[in-house]
Design a protein around this ligand. Sequence first.
Ligand code: XMP
Length: 516
Amino acid sequence: MKTEKKKEWIAILDFGSQYTQLISRRVREAKVYSEIFPYYVELNKLLENPPKGIILSGGPASVYEKQAPRCNEKIFELDLPILGICYGAQLIAQVLGGKVAKTSQAEYGRINIILDNQEDIFYGLPTNTTCWMSHQDLVKDLPLNFKIIAHSENTKAVAMVNKSKKIYGVQFHPEVTHTPLGKKIFKNFLYHICRCNPSWNLESFIRQSLSEIKEKVGDWKVIAGVSGGIDSLVAAVLTHQAIGNQLHCIFINNGLLRKGEAEEVQKIFKENFKIDLNYIDASNRFLDKLRGVSAPEVKRKIIGEEFIRVFEENAERIGKIKYLLQGTLYPDVIESISLKGPSSKIKSHHNVGGLPEEMNLKILEPLKYLFKDEVRKIAKKLKFPQEVIWRQPFPGPGLSIRIIGPVEKEKLDILREADEIIKQEIKKNGLYKKVWQSFGILLPIKTVGVMGDSRTYDFALTLRIVSSSDGMTADWVKIPYKILGEISNRIINEVKGINRVVYDISSKPPATIEWE
Ligand code: XMP
């Protein structure tokens, strides 16, 4: 990519750590552009536009295992600064002739460390500091020309350096907030070692995106699927600024939307953006295709495919449409990159993984290098209304993946009513913006209840309320009992078809946010 944003950038090689995205965010917070690659990325690709430095992430493997992920070892001969984090540091040691072994004193959590100097990546840091460790292996023998620059009570080589080659290894995780001075370590690496300037920002990203879209699209037309979610709206508004009426926005009602959503999205569009929106009610065809389908991945594929077919039909009608605009974000891209990498496929999110292999439209994804909080910042700059900026994420496959088992109209209606009550109560209690998502899942089981003097035999609903910063990890929210009680009471009393509400107290990992 010959973009301005990549003039000065840092490449991050992903060895499967759950924190890899955090590394990328820390670098961007320091105003340096960063991109994540799978560890096996080809050198040519990495050097198409050479980075100013490389960061090797952590990872769950042990470098001495046969199957352990290894990057192209030529990266150590590129004369580029390298920072290895945890597994990354151990890999540096192993590849360059040192020794890594299992330790009898594994360190987890907050550990006090002692810095042996205050130079380079440790410039401006105190001698004693705290960091976050999570390791079973450690560097036993340093490679030639390396020296130790930090240690702890149990670990001799908490950090090491080959100063002349600018290769650094740290056994701890500077990217997590539990390493309070981690940001400073990144800044030192970026500004002093890699000699980057803190120049990347969202304004230049927007400028760049607009000119890229213009150049790519030429005089072709673009069709955009908007959902009312912030991602597709920001993508549409940016693209509209770039190509004006060459953009055709479509809102497809797939029959899997929340209560009142179809009307609400059209209203938001009409009142806030001077862009025509074409509303298409395709609910019957989606529900027909989903009839009797239980498997979550099959649901996703069917919905992904059907979306594309509706777009293609409309593209034909409009004529000269070459691109389909999607609000794909970086975490989706990384998840789909890592399908081939060390971490395994969890779910195919429809705007990336669930697309059919054969399609006539080319995909345009102007936000695919951005994180959610960055998109929210752009939305603020574009003066989006608060209700859009703070709308909770809603999955492309909609309520279909919140109805466990086959999707039926009756169940959709029940879930919609419950979902509306959850939204109202969460908003009423000032929690809507504070949590990442709050929603219900309709379980495929009926249980016995009693209402008045009669026996009921109705569905059970799970309430799921999670906090998260990007959806990659999440915690269940410790909601006050009073609010839980009110939500449960209202649902059981007001929604015909549900007589039991349970609360999901699982975090991600090991659970996921959605149940399917
Ligand atoms: P999971 O369930 O994977 O969800 O922990 C993480 C975040 O992604 C959303 N999600 C989806 N979004 N298509 C989407 O566009 C999908 O198929 C999909 N599945 C999950 C989910 O709502 C959560 O915010």
